[in-house]
Design a binder for this molecule. Structure first.
Ligand SMILES: *[C@@H]1O[C@H](CO)[C@@H](O)[C@H](O)[C@H]1NC(C)=O
Ligand SMILES: *[C@@H]1O[C@H](CO)[C@@H](O)[C@H](O)[C@H]1NC(C)=O
Ligand SMILES: *[C@@H]1O[C@H](CO)[C@@H](O)[C@H](O)[C@H]1NC(C)=O
Length: 219
């Protein structure tokens, strides 16, 4: 049967191949168009999110001379807004510090962290960055032992610390419409200890924080 088709058969099969190639090209073009449209929609609906970093990669600690022994912890949290169109707010910020044996993703961050504290809200204009000084005065009760002793009495440096930052990112999508995302960032590795004025500490590079996508809600 096949033999009788002769040259006509190979023409037909060449024609089929051409059609198949056309289909393949059309499919690739359609996929590309869909990818471009989806990305365009994403850009419009979901602008870049806030970027955080810890200036100098350090949380500085200063023992406070007082009736009750305490250490002051200080860090500078830098928030950058990569968007040219929308203003961003970072609200209800909680900072947790974890040692290198505790996963920062724990569901009980308050219990499992070395220390937890609140930071002040940040407002970041389009394509600007804002530095926020985060401070807490911690006593032996606020901090898991042996870390209080390390920072207060021994003046040691705790290395390889992960900072978790929980908060709400509010984005002004259009005037009059706010989008709210729960956000979680991990900043690692940080030093805890040292002096704010310390030359050596000041030369450490900033540590960028990784954004872990959280649940989302619209207001
Ligand atoms: C603020 O953050 C804390 C700790 O993450 C959370 O328990 C609390 O519900 C938050 N408050 C608001 C108003 O979102
Ligand atoms: C790390 O932190 C956890 C929780 O605070 C604590 O139980 C654990 O003993 C610490 N690990 C080390 C090696 O200090
Ligand atoms: C958006 O959220 C910010 C921060 O909470 C608030 O100041 C502003 O008024 C809100 N805008 C609208 C339109 O709700």
């Amino acid at each position: 049967m096949e033999g009788r088709e002769g040259d006509g058969g190979s023409e037909k099969s060449a024609f089929r191949w051409l059609n198949a190639a056309r289909f393949a090209v059309a499919a690739v073009v359609i996929v590309l168009i869909v990818v471009v449209i989806v990305n365009a929609i994403k850009v419009v609906l979901r602008p870049d999110t806030l970027r955080l970093s810890v200036v100098g990669g350090s949380v500085y600690s200063t023992p406070l001379p007082a009736d009750q022994a305490a250490v002051a912890l200080d860090l500078t949290l830098r928030a950058e807004n990569p968007s040219g169109r929308v203003r961003m707010y970072f609200l209800n910020i909680t900072i947790y510090l974890f040692n290198n044996t505790t996963p920062a993703s724990t569901s009980k961050p308050f219990d499992d962290s070395i220390i937890a504290f609140q930071a002040v809200d940040e407002v970041v204009a389009q394509q600007m960055s804002a530095d926020s000084a985060c401070k807490v005065e911690a006593t032996n009760d606020d901090m898991t032992s042996p870390y209080f002793d390390m920072l207060y009495a021994k003046r040691d440096i705790i290395t390889d610390v992960t900072m978790r930052v929980d908060g709400k990112i509010v984005t002004e999508v259009r005037s009059g419409i706010n989008r709210t995302n729960l956000a979680m960032f991990y900043c690692w590795p940080l030093f805890v200890g040292g002096y704010p004025g310390d030359e050596a500490s000041n030369s450490w590079p900033d540590v960028p924080c990784t954004h872990m996508p959280g649940s989302q809600s619209n207001e």
